[in-house]
Design a protein around this ligand. Structure first.
Ligand SMILES: Nc1ncnc2c1ncn2[C@@H]1O[C@H](COP(=O)(O)OP(=O)(O)OP(=O)(O)O)[C@@H](O)[C@H]1O
Ligand SMILES: [Mg+2]
Length: 296
C-alpha cells in the first residue's frame, strides 16, 4: 500500500463523545490513575486512558508533556508512583520490560538504542525472544540452539529485506544513518511478533528520503493486524496516518479524538500555543518540515 494516497482510517473506535478518558469499543491498553513525579515535577498524571485495538493512535503534546515518561511506565522501563494499567486485559503493573516485550508489547526509543558495536544482523538477533541458547538445559544440546539460531536468522533476514537493510547486515549499526537506525529499531522490535508496537518519535531526525518509507512501514503494521501507538510532533504525519489522537499537556490527557477534529480543539491549541493562538500547530512544534539532523 502506498501512503501517497490517503490511507483508510479505522472508525468506530470509541463509545460516546470523544473526550479525555473516553471508552473504546475494543481497548488494548487500559490505564488508570497512573502518576509519576520527578522531585516536585509531575511528569505524568493520567486518570484514565484507553488505547484502541487494531488502529494507529498518535500521542501528541508539547515538549515535556510526559509522552516518553508514559511510554517508559507502560513498558516497564520505569515504575509509576501510583496507578495500574492492563494490556489485553492482563495487568502489567510491576512487570519488567523484557517480560512486557515477551507478552507482545514492544517499544522503540526517541533516541535510538541500536547497539553501535554490533552488526545490523546481531542487533536483530538480540531482539528475538525465547532464545534457546539462554536456557541452561537447552544450551547443553547444541542441535537445539543451532536450529533455533538458524530460524532466528532467517526471520531477521526477512525483516531486514522488508526494511531494505539486508545489504547492510554485516555493517556495524554505528555506520547507519539516523533514519536507517530508526528502521533497524522498528525491524528489531518486530522480531518478537508483537501485537502492540509503541514508537517514540519514529520520524524525528530522519532524512526526508526515508520518511515515506517509515510512514509506509507504520501503516503496514496496522495492515498486518498490529496496534500502533506512536509519539510524533509532525502534525502532517499525524493527520495522515493516525486513526485516533491523544493529546497530553503537563502530564495529563487534555483531549482525544479523530485527527480531523481533535487538533482544532481549544484545549489542544492552548496546550501548544499559549497566547499565540493564530499560529499553525505544526510550526509551533518546530517539526512541520522534516529535519534531517543526525542523518547522513
Ligand atoms: N528521569 C527524569 N528525571 C527528572 N525529570 C525527568 C526525567 N524524565 C523526564 N523528566 C521530566 O518530566 C517531564 C516529561 O518529560 P518527557 O520526556 O516524558 O516529555 P515528552 O513529552 O516526551 O517531551 P518531548 O516531546 O520533548 O520528547 C519533563 O519536564 C522532563 O524534564
Ligand atoms: Mg519524548
Amino acid at each position: 500500500m502506498s501512503s501517497n494516497q490517503t490511507p483508510e482510517k479505522a472508525t468506530g473506535l470509541h463509545i460516546g463523545t470523544p473526550a479525555p478518558g473516553c471508552k473504546k469499543t475494543n481497548p488494548m491498553l487500559v490505564i488508570d490513575h497512573v502518576k509519576k513525579s520527578f522531585g516536585g515535577l509531575t511528569a505524568v498524571d493520567v486518570e484514565h486512558l484507553e488505547i484502541p485495538t487494531g488502529a494507529i493512535t498518535a500521542l501528541i503534546g508539547p515538549n515535556g508533556a510526559g509522552k516518553t515518561t508514559l511510554f517508559n511506565l507502560l513498558t516497564g522501563f520505569d515504575s509509576p508512583d501510583t496507578g495500574t494499567w492492563s494490556f489485553q486485559g492482563t495487568s502489567l503493573s510491576g512487570v519488567p520490560s523484557f517480560k512486557v516485550a515477551q507478552m507482545g508489547q514492544v517499544r522503540t526509543f526517541q533516541l535510538t538504542k541500536a547497539l553501535s558495536l554490533l552488526t545490523v544482523l546481531e542487533n536483530m538477533k538480540l531482539g528475538a525472544k525465547n532464545q534457546a541458547g539462554e536456557g541452561l538445559l537447552k544450551s547443553l544440546i547444541p542441535s537445539i540452539w543451532r536450529k533455533q539460531d538458524q530460524e532466528i536468522e532467517v526471520k531477521a533476514m526477512e525483516l531486514l529485506k522488508r526494511f531494505k537493510l539486508d545489504t547492510k547486515k554485516d555493517d556495524f549499526a554505528a555506520s547507519l544513518s539516523g533514519g536507517q537506525r530508526k528502521l533497524l529499531e522498528m525491524a528489531r522490535a518486530l522480531m518478537t511478533d508483537p501485537v502492540l508496537v509503541m514508537l517514540d518519535e519514529p520520524m524525528a531526525g530522519v532524512n526526508p528520503a526515508l520518511t515515506q518509507s517509515l510512514l509506509d512501514h507504520v501503516l503496514d503494521l496496522k495492515n498486518q493486524g498490529m496496534t500502533v501507538l506512536f509519539v510524533e510532533h509532525d502534525m502532517h504525519m499525524v493527520r495522515h496516518i493516525a486513526d485516533w489522537v491523544v493529546v497530553m499537556a503537563e502530564g495529563k490527557v487534555v483531549a482525544e479524538g479523530p485527527p480531523s477534529t481533535v487538533m482544532k480543539e481549544q484545549a489542544v491549541i492552548d496546550a501548544y500555543l499559549g497566547a499565540h493562538q493564530d499560529t499553525d500547530l505544526g510550526v509551533v512544534t518546530g517539526r512541520i518540515t522534516i529535519v534531517d539532523e543526525g542523518d547522513k
